[in-house]
Ligand binder design. Sequence first.
Ligand SMILES: [Ca+2]
Ligand SMILES: [Ca+2]
Length: 144
Amino acid sequence: MKRLSGRGIRNLIGSTLLVGTMMIPTVGVAMTLSPGEKQNGVILEETGQLASGDFVLESDNSLYDVYEFSGEAGQTVVITMTSDEFDTYLGLLGPSGDVVAENDDSNGTTDSEIVVTLPSSGTYTVIANAYDQTGRGSYSLIVE
Ligand SMILES: [Ca+2]
Ligand SMILES: [Ca+2]
């Protein structure tokens, strides 16, 4: 079974740093949501492509794109990645680069969904990945 944790994650972190991740201080941000309460509204909505030239996960040579969003501790987010062209794989890295959640298949399809309550405040990185190295084509990613 595929996992982003372990050997693969070191490669993910190294690649993410190349993107130029910036930590945005969240000191002084007022909490308007109760812990665990779902935030309404779309945080990120992207249509992307996995294609030659994208990042490559060294553990299995699968392609991936990265997207970042700012999250707060206790905030619940739903991340969905869907594609008609390949088997998706989704990962979420926390502000310190650790794997917070990952998902291969959901809802009886090969598409991926993560529902998670964020453990800390900071910049989160979504890994829009394919299940294996053959996966390429267009996909949709939504964070809400
Ligand atoms: Ca891409
Ligand atoms: Ca999948």
